[in-house]
Design a protein around this ligand. Structure first.
Ligand SMILES: NC(=O)c1ccc[n+]([C@@H]2O[C@H](COP(=O)([O-])OP(=O)(O)OC[C@H]3O[C@@H](n4cnc5c(N)ncnc54)[C@H](OP(=O)(O)O)[C@@H]3O)[C@@H](O)[C@H]2O)c1
Length: 170
């Protein structure tokens, strides 16, 4: 159902540990200040699309971006968000935007990849084995080409070493 008319370039952006964990107890189980800054730099000015739990883990809408939340509960309400009942409805609301980002969680990552909606994945590999309750592996298909890799060391603001990996649909 790839409707490319007026469709934004759609990217995933997420971080995962060596064992593919992305979350624990509805939070992110590491502290990487540089990764948060990169997230802000890439997504500011563009819609961010997220599941209801990811929104609740953020606790507030992120500034200078449309915060689009997906839930099956039409009564869900929070200041500063747009609520939609499906990924399709959220994407329809982004028509005319140049770029949009799916920022989590695991179900929306899987759904958007399976439906062939994603152009780019901005991935951060956190070099640690982390205990968690939500995980999402990178797609293994040859359809994805690594276009950029940048390795970084741990320091006082970044708990673990981490590598930025950009993947594009070939
Ligand atoms: N490491 C990272 O980069 C990263 C990024 C994002 C999130 N996280 C972590 O991941 C965890 C949250 O992710 P999660 O996968 O558990 O939950 P999530 O995807 O954020 O939220 C799941 C909820 O979103 C709604 N939803 C999802 N897909 C839907 C669809 N197709 N149609 C309608 N509603 C839909 C449903 O809400 P209702 O139940 O209200 O119907 C569902 O229960 C947290 O620990 C968070 O910190 C990590």
């Amino acid at each position: 159902m790839k409707d490319t008319e007026n469709r934004p370039i759609l990217s995933l952006i997420y971080a995962a540990s060596e064992n593919d964990v992305i979350g624990k107890d509805n939070d992110i189980p590491w502290r990487l200040s540089a990764d948060l800054k990169r997230f802000k730099q890439l997504t500011t000015g563009h819609p961010i699309i997220m599941g209801r739990k990811t929104f609740e883990s953020l606790g507030r809408p992120l500034p200078k971006r449309r915060n689009i939340v997906i839930s099956r509960n039409a009564a869900f309400h929070a200041e500063g968000i747009e609520l939609y009942g499906s990924l399709e409805a959220a994407l329809a609301a982004c028509k005319g935007e140049a770029q949009a980002f799916i920022i989590g969680g695991a179900g929306l990552f899987a759904e958007s990849i399976d439906k062939d909606l994603i152009d780019t994945i901005y991935f951060t590999r956190v070099h640690a084995e982390i205990d968690g309750d939500v995980s999402f592996p990178l797609p293994e298909s040859d359809a994805w080409q690594i276009t950029d890799v940048a390795s970084n060391q741990a320091d006082e603001k970044n708990e673990f070493a981490y590598t930025y990996v950009t993947l594009k649909k070939g």
